[in-house]
Design a protein around this ligand. Sequence first.
Ligand code: ATP
Ligand code: MG
Length: 583
Amino acid sequence: MRSIHPHKVELAQKRLFREALSLRGFVAGLLITAVITAAIILAQMYSLSVLIDAAFLNEWSASQYGHYVIILTGAVAVRAIMAWTDKWLGMKMSIHQKSRYRKWLLKKIHEIGPVRLKEEKTGELIGLQLSGIEKLDDFYSLYIPAAIRMGAIPLIIFGVVMWVDWPSGLVFMITGPLIPIFMYLIGTKAGDKIREQWGTFRRMNAHFLDTIQGMDTLKLFGREKSAERSINNVSRMFRVTTMRVLKIAFLSGMILELAASVSTAVVAVEIGVRLIEGMVGFQIGLFVLLLAPEFYLPFRTFGSAHHAGMEGAEAGARLFELFDYAHSETQKGENNPEMVPHHPTLIEIKNLIFRYPGSEKYVLNGINLTLQTDEVHTLTGASGEGKTTLMNILSALIPYSNGKIDVKGKSLAKLDARRWKSQISYLSQFPHFFPGSIEDNIRLGCQNATEDQILEASRLAHAHSFISELPNGYKTVMGEDGLNLSGGERQRIALARTFLKKSPIYFLDEPGSSLNEELEVALMRSIKTLAKNRIIFILSHQLQTMMASDRISILSKGVITESEPPNKVFAARDAEVIVQGVY
Ligand SMILES: Nc1ncnc2c1ncn2[C@@H]1O[C@H](COP(=O)(O)OP(=O)(O)OP(=O)(O)O)[C@@H](O)[C@H]1O
Ligand SMILES: [Mg+2]
């Protein structure tokens, strides 16, 4: 479990604050609301003090009361409207900011790419996206508005009190900052606990998702009880850490209330004494006394929003870490992306050397290979030799730095990766399906394909006959990751999707792996019809696939040991040996 450095949380808090302040419209709106609220509080308390003063000490006519009663009720109404506006602005700001972060996160996930993404726990990322960004909600809707109110309202009240009764102003000045100081002291302690809680929360998220995804495996191996126990453990830990955080939150709430009440009491005593001595008038004394709780209120609400602020900063730190990580990953080679050659017909790989970051082993150790059009080219080799790795490098899913890959004479590393990917129809070794119908899933290959094109692609993939036999045909809804279909059926739907995207380059990772021999032969017939003017590069261990290819290359120990037509390859070796991957 990676833990986040407190310093980073602090930086994240500053960054979140800066980003909030850059939303000028919202900040100005909140500030104006706060200033109006302060003016309203003054009017409200002033008229109240005058009314009480008059009721006790003066004899006023009804019309004289009338003015102040109108001001008082007006002030109460406007204050309610201001409170509503403040909430509304905070909420709007939070929604605006959350959707901005969500978009960023999606973009970053896209930039990191599927290969690097697998290294992170998917559960962790999903948790971060869904609940992490939600945790920013309170930061923007509570913490920032509270901070703005705290910056404006007490200052205005303080100014007026200094003007009408400066000794009380001095008491305000001394007691006011006590609350934020107490808050800061408790807050730093709470920070550690919140971090701990957030860590367990993330672990629980990742753990739960991984367990659910692997439920069938766990059941088959009779491990569901132990999985249940470990989920129990993780959730118990989450409960314990949450309770710790709550304890601190309650404690700090109590201290806040106490500090505010004591401070108000000090003001009351101070005014009382001076009233007896005749140093201050009743109405002014009452006015200042009524203002005292209003002076402390913004500190109190800020204090209780502090918890939300800390949680938001913690979530923000995680989020920014991912943003920055993705940023450093994508910077390489993007300075001057060259255009992708129109209709790439030749890919030359020269002395390509590659190892995964953090790994000692060189997966590819000097690959030399040429891919050209009008040729079905199959790469074979034992499992784990690096076939998929090579295809992912060619598809710009994994960056490379050692060796050359030229596309019609232009270096792949310098090409615009997005445009390059748009030239490739890629069949993954483990195709993924999304919630929706079979048609939706095929259509991912080409969003604006016509129904005829979908049928054509499905026929080519030998998927049409089984799909049309389903009760709902192409409208059949695919279950979670297509699990309501057989392995071979899923494979053919994935193939149809790949074929629908009519690209000059086809990269097919194990296209026949779940198909029986008859279907494999039929599929290769289809693939051969596509070869004209196209580069077709297949990864496979299967005999029929290799036999039907125009060229077979063998990857062994990080190098291509052979690249010849099948008859030559098979003449030199026993077919069975090649299929087994033992050379
Ligand atoms: N993301 C990764 N990080 C580190 N090592 C990896 C990663 N992906 C694969 N490897 C390692 O790289 C090697 C090559 O893997 P690759 O998936 O390219 O093999 P392959 O030839 O496609 O195998 P198969 O025929 O089983 O699909 C393996 O030893 C694998 O453990
Ligand atoms: Mg593979």
